[in-house]
Design a protein around this ligand. Sequence first.
Ligand SMILES: [Ca+2]
Ligand SMILES: [Ca+2]
Ligand SMILES: [Ca+2]
Ligand SMILES: [Ca+2]
Length: 678
Amino acid sequence: MKAMKTFLSLPFTAVVLGASLVSPARAANPGGSGPAAAREQLKNMKAADGLEVTLFASEPMVRNPADMDIDHRGRVWVTEGANYRVFQRWGKLRPEGDRLVILEDTNGDGAADKETTFYQGNEINTALGICVLGEKVIVSSSPNVLVFTDANHDDKADGPPVKLFTGIKGIDHDHGVHAFVFGPDGKLYFNMGNEGREIHRPDGSPVKDTEGNDVNTSGKPYRQGLAFRCNPDGSEFEVLGRNFRNNYEVCVDSFGTLWQSDNDDDGNRGVRINYVMEFGNYGYVDEMSGAGWQTGWKKAQSKGAGEDLRPFYHWHQFDPGVVPNLLQTGNGSPTGICLYEGALLPEVFHNQIIHCDAGPRVVRAYITQPDGAGYKAEIKDILTSSDNWFRPSDVCVAPDGSIYVADWNDAGVGGHNMADRSLEAMTGRVYRVAPAGSKPSAPKLNLTTAAGCVEALQSPNLAARYLAWTKLHSMQAGAEKDLLKLWNGKDDRLRARALHLLARIKGSEKKYVEQALKDSDSDIRIAGLRIARELKLDTIPYVRMLAKDSSPQVRRDCAIALRHSASPEAPKLWAQLALQHDGKDRWYLEALGIGAEKQWDTFLDAWLAAAGDKWNTPAGRDIIWRSRGKKTPAMLVKIINDKSAPSSERDRYFRSLDFITGPEKDAALAQLAAGVLQ
Ligand SMILES: [Ca+2]
Ligand SMILES: [Ca+2]
Ligand SMILES: [Ca+2]
Ligand SMILES: [Ca+2]
């Protein structure tokens, strides 16, 4: 669902509306409503080789699941969306408000047989996110991020929720605030689409990020959809990515790498999957002016750009200062996403992104591998259906390593419309996807000992990991011995999870960060750098140590670690990284750009001093193109006027001038104009 897509079945909708006035209980789903209909429709589904899809829950237990989480006991928590768009002519279908419902399989037959309403109220109508963290449940529902508590463990919220954040726009909209997720660093990650616009503390004051910016999308400096990180109490708020359209949910792997989808403007074949390089601009609108992408696209078309380039212009992929996309997946309406770090599914899915796209009605994996300083990926479908009401809204990993898929189930995909307008017959499904015959299970956690917690930390399920992480973190050095067993093991993802905790044992931070930086696995080295940054250790010696690392991904994170560094050594280290740019790797170039932010003059000078006369190479010109220093405009003029440089690239260097302001640029433009007059 979601994301302002064209409603797929308007004539059909009109019929449904007429019918519902006569008989409110009549199913809008042409295949009918209720468990028997759901089982019948299940036959239209197809799971990838080696996998089987089974029905876990259906209406009336669950209706219109908008988002989902799975707790450490394997119970499925759902936010329902019966009250989807109360401003529409069908109004509020459930006056008492939508539910947070817990679905449970008490007899282990793979189907939910118990439903518990955890909370019901109008402040959670069609909430776009739910995250279960022990006794706390975080629900994202513009204008609020709400925290529910169940301290007495009776599966009922202990009274009304408290606000973690408020003042977010995008109420009754698919592009508001989305789900929270727990990271391997003990932090919370979340995002909001471009209707979220701003975010405030419960007292109404604007959230300021750790750089001192008010977090809003007014262009100072952030625009459009944003991705965030903060502490569980909302402090230390960071903006990790900006200029998305409707980035629907973010997921984080054990190394701390972020992955996200983003929805295009309707019908431009531009849905994308992103590796969120920290502090990057993702190019939905023009960075400087905020203008829509059509401006540049029309210009490019007038110069002969073919349709195949449309999705690239859609995200300003040819502009300096825009991080590349991992993958573009065509038309769609992307929704929930997760990282599969389990072992139950076939090996091809291990450690891969799993993602729902409700438009083409598919759950896919993106099989990712390193590509320069970034990644490349290919698509592998996990679940499809010929039933055109299948609208996967979310996917989560259960404690046994199976995945669950929530199905909004509708003729359309949100975008302020729905065909399912009778509460009594309203459909909603949850499926389980696992190898055929695999019985569901939820290992009992023993959180009373460090060894038990380390065991739980290895769960593929995030709710289990949260409990383990929190306990291990509180044990500090008392957990060290058991964490070391995991750290000394063979699985790099599990080692990374142990590392995050070991490096947070007071007094041992440097010891473990430095071990990580010397590790043979590049992702562990990257995790070490990230931890050093988060703990505010002096990263300069570490960047010095890794500046010639064989992995461009490690050097990428070195560049990011230099961002806003006040060290006198930073420009020289940046120059060293810049000298290793190959002139082709856009990921690497953008990491250099992120690292040089606000310090272009000194960084560029250090690089020019090191490069000498040899700056005018393809790689050197690329760095000038990306740079934003006082010397940049004059150097761009040199490149533009250089007869030996390929003339086909002149537009590119002209475009670069659009990202610079000031007298140096004015002088460069005057020089170019004079050149034209000669
Ligand atoms: Ca059951
Ligand atoms: Ca309670
Ligand atoms: Ca989710
Ligand atoms: Ca439905």
